[in-house]
Ligand binder design. Structure first.
Ligand code: GRF
Length: 221
């Protein structure tokens, strides 16, 4: 008698602080493409994060670990204890506005990724679009990268870029970039879920071939 293989789902946690549009895009993508991925938990460090409403509406396990009023060590310890109970394959930062401690990052080496709204290594940190405009750049973009101890500096896995129009401002760029971010994050998670893409020890592998540069995505409007 042949036995039916049991599909093991990869377990992810998504960390948010606000709107959660990347979380929403990921949720719909995982569902639509029936990826073998389970969103084990969404964690927000803010009680009023709009992304939590989406979780409740879609029965996604969610938890608030309030950061306000706690020391960084206290918050990170609580976060770490929660993450460790979940046996996660990947931790996805999606608008999570905290810098994680080295202790936590060292426990989840190559297992935490983030999306940043710039073509890294340009414009780490905040106000990325205004800084691109001030520098008279002709393009902006988003990057998915591995989280390390230095801000927005880990291995860049993939990027997507958009042109800057003459009448663009920081707000219009942010609005135009958001759907491209969603496309990028979803695509990367799709490849990772299917074991097509891996990223560890500072090496990106696609179909078992090491890449010498980040994956470049074309934005489909
Ligand atoms: C995105 O622009 C992302 O690049 C940045 O924070 C924003 C989060 O948006 N890290 P959302 O909460 O996913 O809507």
């Amino acid at each position: 008698m042949s036995s039916i293989p049991i599909l093991t789902k990869k377990k992810i946690a998504v960390l948010i602080s606000g709107r959660g549009s990347n979380l929403q895009a990921l949720y719909h993508y995982i569902k639509h493409y029936q990826l073998a991925v389970e969103i084990s938990l969404v964690i927000s460090n803010k009680e009023d994060a709009a992304g939590l409403i989406f979780c409740k509406e879609h029965n996604i396990p969610n938890q608030v670990i309030v950061s306000k009023g706690k020391t960084k060590a206290e918050f990170d310890q609580q976060l770490l204890e929660t993450l460790q109970t979940l046996k996660l394959d990947l931790i996805i930062l999606a608008g999570f506005m905290r810098i994680l401690s080295l202790d936590l990052i060292n426990i989840f080496v190559d297992k935490i990724i983030n999306i940043h709204p710039s073509l890294l290594p340009k414009y780490k940190g905040l106000d990325t679009q205004q800084r691109a405009l001030d520098a008279h750049d002709t393009k902006i973009g988003a990057s998915v990268h591995v989280v390390t101890e230095s801000l927005d500096s880990g291995l860049i896995i993939a990027q997507i870029e958009l042109g800057i129009y003459p009448d663009d401002n920081a707000k219009s760029l942010t609005i135009r970039l958001l759907p491209a971010e969603h496309q990028l994050y979803c695509y990367i998670i799709g490849l990772w879920a299917r074991d097509v893409l891996s990223f560890s020890d500072n090496i990106i592998c696609l179909y078992d071939q090491a890449l010498n540069m980040p994956l470049q995505l074309k934005y489909v409007d």
